[in-house]
Structure formats: C-alpha cells, structure tokens
Design a protein. Structure first.
Length: 388
C-alpha cells in the first residue's frame, strides 16, 4: 500500500508530543512491513514562504508543509491563516506528492484533515481520522477564541468523517456520547510501542519513583506534589524524580521547595529530558506514578510497562484503567491521601511490586508496535477495498 500520514505534530518540532512520536513510530513500523509511507508534516512553526524540508528517514518519506502566517504567538497565525496556507500548499502539491497515495491517516487536532478532505480530496481518498484527547476534554475550557475555534473544527471533523478511530474503548464511549455518534462508526486501534529486551535493562543503584509529563492540572502533577510529604512521613527512604516541563513547572517546583525545603534532597526536578535519557529513567525507576485526570490512552503508562515497571494511575480517567489493567494500581482522582497510600504500598511491598511488574510487561505485549502496525494495515486494506 501507498500510505500517507498527515500530522501537525512531529518529533523535530514537537519532541514532547505523544501524537508526533506515535506517528513517527507508526511510519517506521508500516515501512518495515513493506509499505510505501509518506509523512506530511504540517509545520505551524515555520513561515509558509520558506522551503519545506523533503527527505527520507528510516525507510519512509517526509514532506514538510510550512504554514505559519502571522507571528508564532498569534492565535490567528496558528489557526485560521495557517489552515489557508497549508491548503494552498496541498493544492499545488496535489499532483506530485499525493497522486499515488491510496489511504491516509491524520489526527483530529487542528482540523487540517477536514480542509484537505473537503476541498482537495473531494472524498476520493479514504482518510482515517484518529481521535486523541479532544480540545473539549482538556482541563482548560476557558472561552477563548482559540479554544472555541479548535473545539468547533475538531468536532465538525469527527462528526463528518467517514472513517474514525481511537485507541481505547473507554475513549470511544466518551467521544460517541459527547458528539452523539454510534460506537459502531468508530474503530478502536490501540497505540503500540516496540518492546525492549528486559535482560539488557539497566538497574539503578538508587530506588526512585518516576513521573513523566507536563506540569499541569490535567496531568495530576499538583496532586502528586501534595502526596509526596505524606509518603515521606512514613517512608523517609523514598525518592522521587520528575521528568517534564510545561508552563507550570518552575512555579510549582519553586512553591514545593519553599513549603517543603527539608525534602529538597528527596525530590529531583529534571525538566524536559532527551528520549535516550528518558529510556534510562524508565529502566532504572522502581515504578511510574501518573495521576492524570484524563488520558485518551496514556503513552507514559505503556512506556513504563514495556520495561516491566508497575504504574499508578487514576480511576475514571479515560484510557488509564484499560491500558494499565492489572499491571498497576488505580487511585481516586485528585485524592493526595489515596495516592500516597498507593505509593507507600507499592514501595514497601516487594512481593506486590514483583507481581505487578510481571503483569505490566505482559500487558505491554498486547500494545506492541508490531501489533499496532498490523491492525492499522488491516483497517487500511478494508478502507481501500470499500468494505468499511
């Protein structure tokens, strides 16, 4: 098959984006299965008048679509004007880069796929829209122009798309309920990641609890910071490592150290770390804590579980229960005391830790990158044949 992947998120410009990293991995996996893959990276950070990058990477092609019109911080430049710039670019590149594409996948965010499907493709090219955490599901629901525009465009794309998928049953149920869709319209194709050889995993000299992600309320970082003093009161040997940045990172770090200066040696704030360093942290940590309020899937859960590390997540938080399953512990959302109890239990009970570690690795095998590529390939074949 000749497959196109359209995404406004890509590791070169959005290294922290789960969407971007997921598409990079999928492109690699589909290319390894013998398919011709072209990634159309819609780069909202690069002025539309500059030449876009074109090249080959690990067996697949990358075509960059620069589309920034106004200054980067202007919401206009990142939304409506950039849509028009990308649309014009696609129109003039239609015969060259797109003529051989048989099927395409694109995320629902930002609505670029809607404009392409409506104006350029004219429904001729089957496009699979993958729905992650939507704008309306984000914790920040302030009535700002950019949120209104993004949410409206994304909802319109999901409702009107012929082919739609997401990555967990729980997320499909919520999206279909919110938008009034029949669940049968939305396929479930889980995310996947390559599985490392556990025999080659390094073991750190110091035990520590790891948390990975942006510092923001939706990720539950504030709840974890409140739970740490409760844990240290009973487990003074416990150590915590935070890997991730975000707009609230410095503010919350400074506030925590001002209030709990005595714990400064027990908690490390690393900020954003490179991918290879993050892998080392997953290998060396005792377990992962990610008390997010909502995740459509939760890639950090899988990133830890593939290394055989148990995970602590939250109940009723989208895909967490489905992905973590019996490979970790689940606590109540926003409950620092309940979270502290789970951390203490998993830190102190080595038998429980070993049992959950084995289960975590087994669950990760269901979410292997090879299986994701195989499931995606089968779905694409049905789309091309007109069976769905």
């Amino acid at each position: 098959m000749n497959i196109g992947l359209m995404t406004p998120y890509w590791p070169t410009t959005d290294p922290d984006s789960g969407v971007g990293n997921s598409y990079h991995q999928l492109a690699n996996a589909l290319a390894a299965r013998g398919h011709q893959v072209t990634v159309f990276h819609i780069n909202k950070n690069k002025p539309f008048w500059q030449r876009g990058y074109r090249g080959r990477e690990s067996g697949f092609d990358v075509v960059e679509i620069p589309c920034r019109v106004f200054p980067r911080k202007s919401w206009r430049g990142r939304l409506m004007a950039s849509h028009v710039a990308a649309l014009i670019h696609f129109y003039f590149k239609k015969g060259k880069d797109l003529k051989n594409i048989e099927v395409m996948e694109a995320p629902s965010q930002d609505g670029f796929a809607l404009l392409y499907r409506r104006v350029i493709s004219g429904e001729q090219l089957p496009i699979l829209i993958r729905v992650s955490t939507t704008g309306t599901q984000m914790e920040d629901r302030q009535l700002k122009k950019k949120y209104l525009y993004n949410s409206w465009l994304e909802s319109l794309l999901i409702r009107s798309a012929r082919h739609v998928c997401t990555h967990t049953e729980a997320h499909r149920e919520e999206i279909c309920t919110d938008l009034g869709l029949k669940p049968a319209r939305m396929a479930v194709i889980p995310h996947g990641m390559s599985l490392p050889d556990l025999s080659a995993s390094s073991v750190g000299r110091e035990r520590f609890v790891l948390t990975v992600g942006r510092f923001e309320p939706r990720k539950g970082t504030d709840t974890l910071l409140k739970a740490i003093p409760l844990v240290m009161a009973q487990m003074p040997d416990c150590r915590f490592v935070f890997a991730g940045g975000g707009g609230m990172a410095e503010l919350w770090r400074r506030k925590f150290l001002e209030e709990h200066g005595r714990l400064a040696d027990c908690v490390r704030f690393l900020g954003r770390v490179p991918v290879d360093e993050l892998e080392t942290l997953y290998q060396a940590c005792d377990f992962l804590v990610s008390p997010a309020l909502y995740e459509s899937f939760g890639m950090t859960y899988l990133e830890a579980m593939r290394h055989g590390k148990p995970v602590i997540g939250c109940l009723k938080s989208g895909g967490a229960e489905e992905v973590i399953g019996d490979g970790g512990l689940l606590v109540r959302q926003g409950d620092a005391t309940h979270l502290a109890e789970a951390i203490i239990r998993l830190w102190a009970d080595r038998g429980l830790h070993g049992e959950l570690s084995s289960r975590a690795r087994l669950r990760a095998e269901y979410y292997s990158l090879e299986l994701k590529a195989e499931r995606t390939e089968r779905h694409f074949a049905k789309m091309i044949a007109g069976e769905i």
